[in-house]
Write a protein that binds this ligand. Sequence first.
Ligand SMILES: Nc1nc2c(ncn2[C@@H]2O[C@H](COP(=O)(O)OP(=O)(O)OP(=O)(O)O)[C@@H](O)[C@H]2O)c(=O)[nH]1
Length: 340
Amino acid sequence: MSFFKKIKNKISGTNEAVAEKFKDGLTKTRDSFTSKVNDLVFRFRVVDEEFFEELEELLLQADVGFETVMELIDLLKEEVQRKNIKDTTGMQSLISEKLVEIYNSGEEVSSELNIVEGRLNVILMVGVNGVGKTTTIGKMAARLKKEGKTVMLAAGDTFRAGAIEQLVVWGERTDVEVVRQAEGSDPAAVIFDAVKAAKKRNVDVLICDTAGRLQNKVNLMNELEKVHRVIGREIEDAPHEVLLALDATTGQNALIQAQTFNEVTNVTGIVLTKLDGTAKGGIVLAIRNKLDIPVKFVGLGEGIDDLQPFDPEKYVYGLFANGLEMEETEDEENETAEDK
Ligand SMILES: Nc1nc2c(ncn2[C@@H]2O[C@H](COP(=O)(O)OP(=O)(O)OP(=O)(O)O)[C@@H](O)[C@H]2O)c(=O)[nH]1
């Protein structure tokens, strides 16, 4: 059974709706990258060096990242040699298989949030302005509430005009309390208040917004250190998650931001927003490879349900879904031909 078929079987039933979200969210990438891969497979028919060269080029254009591309091409070549594969049919399935393999290699990855029942779980959300941090916090609050958890938000981005109001609007939308102070006040003070309030009300998860001023690394470091200190003093081992929001449409720039944030704080997971807004959806793989930080969530649209835990299998399903359908049609045709 091909890798595609295995994924499809796994997805069918309970996971179907989420897999369709990945498919919808990756439309731009599919229209650009995947359709070119499909053309390539169709045009070449025979696997040769030139085929791999062109595939390499397409992967690089999709922002998959140099190291991952090289690793993938090597794995594909090995497999082609080992299995004595001559023609390009089924290559999309093989690419998917190897991409998932690469994603899952190295340090263990899990998109699960470090949330433990019976304690106050604190999530710190960091990232530069405009990446969709506030929206992500709102969507995450909605998700957690749906799972039956009680949630509170801390409006720790006291720097950007409007950030507090925006979070309050999300609070109303999701029926979640937002702890706030006036614009310009000390973020650590807001977060301190929020931790106290969350403890008092036995809240399960407190999500803290922060201002992401990258222009001044020392300030950013100081601010985050202070916030860490305040939280850690109140709750041992907290914050339990430091999630970095990155905008997928900024491509390689997102990688640079990630490196900088990771230098000033211990980022435990990445939320890659606006994956639906880019044709270069390969950036997920580059981030994983370059930073060894799991991509915990991806933003696949503006809707409240469009924040989804990242899953490499659903991702490759979304990337190559059309190829899968093509393959299935071919299989069915073959089966019908055999029946005759
Ligand atoms: N298409 C799409 N739009 C998104 C996604 N996430 C956020 N956005 C949009 O991006 C825009 C900016 O998001 P905000 O949360 O407002 O970000 P911001 O307030 O500018 O800045 P920060 O909160 O500081 O990051 C909004 O219009 C969001 O709806 C996503 O996954 N897909």
